[in-house]
Design a protein around this ligand. Structure first.
Ligand code: SF4
Ligand code: SF4
Length: 231
């Protein structure tokens, strides 16, 4: 499970500056279980945005936003509403935001941070990866994670070493920053590349102390069993 929590509302509003019409996407998988992007949170976000004068063109909670086939089938009947919006706000982990950004030809904003639970999890077929960094940067990178798509985890642009669009560190991989540039160009948001992204608070990539005493942590460590007679 990828655990996530909503970003502060003011931060989200900042992302939406200059945009009037928003479509909201939630996830009925990990984000629902985290209480960050299930139906109640999507409806609450809709109300808060409307109070701020935004028009919400529609909303959808997809079963698992990390699964492209489910995103496609879930959004097909709502295509008009998605296309009417200036952008899409995604309440989900970093993988779901990346999946939505890869599939929707609109600016996509991350509404959540993915919290570090230690170790790696959530391996699947798609190419989108999240390192649970606790401070999602996808707003500035066209919905492509600079920590996983760039071999050096660069936050403010390419290193300049790419050759034929391949990474100088891992020549079998495309240069992540070239992908980011192309995506931002496609959605008309090259302006965000001019924003300086400050150095990362790497301590956010450690599980928080309060997390270590939760039942969720115990389950992940294998310390809690589901057995007959236990509710
Ligand atoms: S920036 Fe990357 S690693 Fe950090 S939460 Fe977003 S997708 Fe995950
Ligand atoms: S070539 Fe591209 S992906 Fe590779 S380290 Fe440099 S910027 Fe990152």
């Amino acid at each position: 499970m990828l655990r996530s929590e909503q970003k502060p509302f003011e931060e989200i509003l900042g992302y939406l500056e200059g945009e009037k019409k928003i479509f909201i996407l939630g996830c009925d998988g990990c984000a629902q279980a985290s209480g960050s992007g299930g139906l109640p949170q999507v409806l609450e976000m809709r109300e808060r945005l409307q109070k701020e004068g935004k028009k919400v063109t529609g909303q959808k909670v997809v079963d698992f936003l990390c699964q492209k086939a489910l995103v496609a089938s879930g959004l097909r009947p709502l295509e008009d509403r998605v296309m009417e919006a200036d952008s899409v706000l995604v309440l989900c982990c970093g993988v779901g935001v990346q999946t939505a950004a890869a599939m929707i030809a609109k600016p996509v904003h991350p509404g959540c941070n993915t919290i570090n639970m230690g170790g790696s999890r959530g391996e699947w077929q798609g190419s989108e990866r999240c390192m649970e960094c606790g401070d999602c940067l996808l707003e500035y990178t066209g919905g492509i994670c600079p920590l996983t798509a760039c071999s050096k985890g660069l936050r403010n642009g390419a290193c300049g070493g790419a050759s034929n669009s391949k990474c100088e560190v891992s020549p079998e991989k495309p240069c992540g920053w070239e992908l980011i540039y192309k995506r931002l160009k496609e959605v008309g948001r090259l302006d965000v590349m001019k924003k300086f992204v400050p150095p990362k608070a790497w301590n956010k990539m450690r599980p928080r102390p309060e997390m270590l005493s939760t039942s969720l942590w115990a389950i992940e460590q294998g310390d809690e069993l589901i057995q007959e007679g236990v509710g």
